[in-house]
Write a protein that binds this ligand. Structure first.
Ligand code: ADP
Length: 633
């Protein structure tokens, strides 16, 4: 019956508190999830719109730069333009391949009068190995020369052969003059002629300054040199590095770094030449359609598109991607990267190979947002408060149930306590009624038993009545000076019959210096009787009980000691609770109501005193009542 009540309460508890809480948690979780998904979607939409806008703006800028470069491929470009290379018969011409200066060199040096003089010199130098005749031939060519190209070329041939002859004093001034030639006077490999002169002068310490100046000026003069020209520049730098005394190291390092960069750009150009048609870079979009700008990663990443030039020419325009991106990246919180890199979104059909990375589009799982935190905090609070309430409720339910249980136990034990003396009274009274006794002593014993049982009954009823008065707050104590020794003696007298009947040896030790206390003698006697009755009940096989009265620190101390079953330390606090009986095996056979010590504690408290217990299982127990003494006057 109790068990089913218990489980019913459990079901109620789960149904009323745990289930709604669980539902609340699940619903909240789903709401948070949904709101997160929604805001994630919104963010993704925003990011997509922003990306499309940026792509549009980027394309507009690229088209403008591309058109301008294509319209004027040989003129000065915007700084973002890396190159505008002509496309001829499906092949991209590298900037150095389509150089007009190279063509001019070929045409100019082929002019008959000049060409014949040069041929004579070369014939003498290489075929006849007559350097003297070669000098003469080249001098003639120099005289016949018209224009900077011819004269510079003839002078270079002359300086070289003079140097070969060992006539350095004559060779050097000629070479120096070539250094001053403009950088666009180049040979058919695209190498500026003045670089050949610089190469001739580099071994001479006195010429180093001029050579260095020439290299610097040549390096800066134009953007693209042919690979042969770049190689020549690099070779002269090496010559300078080897020559003594040591050259200006810092300058040399910087210069070499520039050459290295130029070489990498040439390599990139050559790679683009190879890739262009494979990547479909050479198809010009119809006018008005806008070009397709392919991201071409490399040493200097480019954006490449085919553009229509003047007179039906096709040009491959490469723009420096970093320079183009810079203003966009500076304006918005975004970044461009190659499509092969992880993260980001493809920039669009007209921007193949390119991705835009925006912080909001950096994946589906955006970091936690403040609303979510707030939501969780609120949920946590609600669940916490519910859990706290539930635990309080559970505890009070538990207490209530325990009380109900002890109360019903109390009713059954009181009934039992009443029934036992009543049965024996009835039995002895009936026997007496039949008057069959010859021996008057037996009759006297029967009467004693009846009286004793009646006293036991009265004590029990007294206890119950007192308890109920105290519970209702109706108990009134009648205080007056009380001599405690008298109380103890009276109590011993009341119990003398059951004590003797059960063979107890009660030892009283009453100090005489104990001052009277202010108290209710009936209540105090009832308290002592309860302690003595307990001492008898819980004595086990022991038959000794000590009762003492003493004075300590101005207090009167009543002590009741037995040597019986004792109790565990954890019981000490609980035994004073109402209805409480220690759940030991012995207690099941010992009758009791669980009220005795409760009353003792209440009475003593009303007298301004306190009860103390010392006990251990199997060692007996000592109860002490401490009352303030001598305060009655
Ligand atoms: P009860 O009617 O059960 O004796 P009490 O309130 O007098 O009720 O005592 C409460 C519990 O304290 C008892 O059930 C018993 O376990 C324990 N107790 C009381 N007095 C003693 C004692 N002298 N020795 C051992 N245990 C005791």
């Amino acid at each position: 019956m109790r068990r089913s009540g218990h489980s019913w309460q459990l079901v109620l508890f789960v149904g009323a508190i745990l289930v709604p809480t669980a539902i609340l948690i699940v619903v909240s979780q789903r709401t948070i999830q949904q709101s997160r998904e929604l805001s994630g979607k919104r963010r993704a939409d925003d990011a997509r719109a922003a990306k499309e806008r940026i792509s549009r703006e980027l394309l507009a800028r690229l088209d403008a730069l591309g058109r301008a470069a294509a319209q004027n491929p040989d003129g000065a470009h915007d700084s973002e333009v890396a190159l505008a290379a002509r496309v001829e018969s499906g092949r991209v011409l590298a900037p150095w391949e389509s150089s007009p200066e190279t063509d001019r060199f070929r045409e100019t040096t082929r002019q008959p009068a000049f060409a014949a003089a040069v041929a004579r010199g070369e014939q003498a130098e290489f075929a006849a190995r007559d350097t003297g005749a070669a000098v003469a031939g080249y001098r003639q060519a120099l005289e016949a020369a018209t224009g900077a190209v011819q004269s510079t070329y003839a002078r270079l041939l002359l300086a070289r052969v003079l140097e070969k002859q060992g006539r350095t004093a004559e060779a050097i001034p000629e070479a120096r003059r070539i250094l001053d030639a403009p950088p666009d006077v180049v040979d058919d490999d695209g190498v500026p002629l003045r670089l050949h002169a610089a190469s001739l002068l580099a071994p001479y310490a006195a010429e180093r300054g001029r050579v260095q100046q020439c290299l610097a000026a040549t390096g800066e003069a134009r953007e693209w040199y042919s690979p042969v020209a770049t190689f020549t520049l690099s070779a002269i730098a090496d010559q300078l590095a080897r020559a003594a005394p040591a050259p200006d190291q810092r300058w040399l390092e910087e210069f070499r770094a520039r050459i290295a960069a130029a070489i990498r750009l040439q390599e990139q150009m050559l790679a683009l030449q190879n890739d262009a048609s494979r990547l479909g870079l050479l198809q010009v979009r119809p006018a008005g359609a806008g070009s397709t700008w392919t991201f071409y990663p490399g040493f200097e990443p480019w954006l490449v598109a085919a553009e229509a030039g003047r007179e039906g020419a096709t040009l491959l325009v490469a723009l420096r991607a970093r320079d183009v991106f810079r203003p966009f990246e500076a304006a918005g919180d975004l970044r461009f990267q190659a499509a092969t890199e992880p993260g980001g979104e493809l920039a669009g059909d007209r921007l193949p190979g390119l991705k835009v990375v925006m912080p909001a589009s950096g994946g589906d799982s955006a970091g936690p947002r403040p609303e979510t935190g707030l939501y969780y905090a609120a949920l946590f609070l609600v669940v916490g408060a519910t859990a706290f309430g539930a635990s309080m409720l559970w505890r009070s339910l538990g207490r209530e149930m325990q009380l109900a249980q002890t109360r019903s136990q109390f009713v059954s034990s009181v009934s039992h306590e009443l029934k036992t003396p009543l049965t024996s009274i009835r039995m002895f009274a009936e026997t007496l009624q039949m008057r069959r006794f010859e021996d008057p002593k037996v009759e006297g014993e029967y009467l004693d038993t009846i009286v004793n049982e009646c006293e036991r009954l009265s004590r029990l009823v007294d206890d119950v009545l007192l308890f109920s008065k105290i519970e209702q707050g109706k108990k009134q104590y009648r205080f007056r000076p009380v001599v405690l020794a008298d109380i103890l003696s009276a109590a011993a007298r009341v119990l003398s019959y059951p004590l003797a009947q059960h063979g107890f040896d009660l030892r009283m030790e009453l100090a005489e210096d104990v001052l009277p206390v202010k108290g209710d003698p009936d209540a105090l006697e009832q308290a002592v009787l309860n302690l003595l009755t307990n001492a008898m009940k819980y004595s086990g096989d022991s038959r000794r009980i000590d009762v003492g009265l003493s004075r300590r620190n101005g207090e009167a101390v009543i002590r009741v000691t037995d040597y019986g079953v004792g109790m565990a330390a954890e019981e000490h606090a609980r035994i004073f609770e109402k209805y409480y009986r220690a759940p030991t095996r012995e207690n099941q056979t010992i009758p009791g109501t669980g009220l005795g010590l409760t009353l003792v504690a209440q009475i003593v408290k009303a007298h301004g005193g306190r009860v103390e217990v010392e006990s251990a299982p199997g060692k007996g127990s000592t109860f002490q009542i401490r009352l303030p003494a001598g305060s009655q006057s």
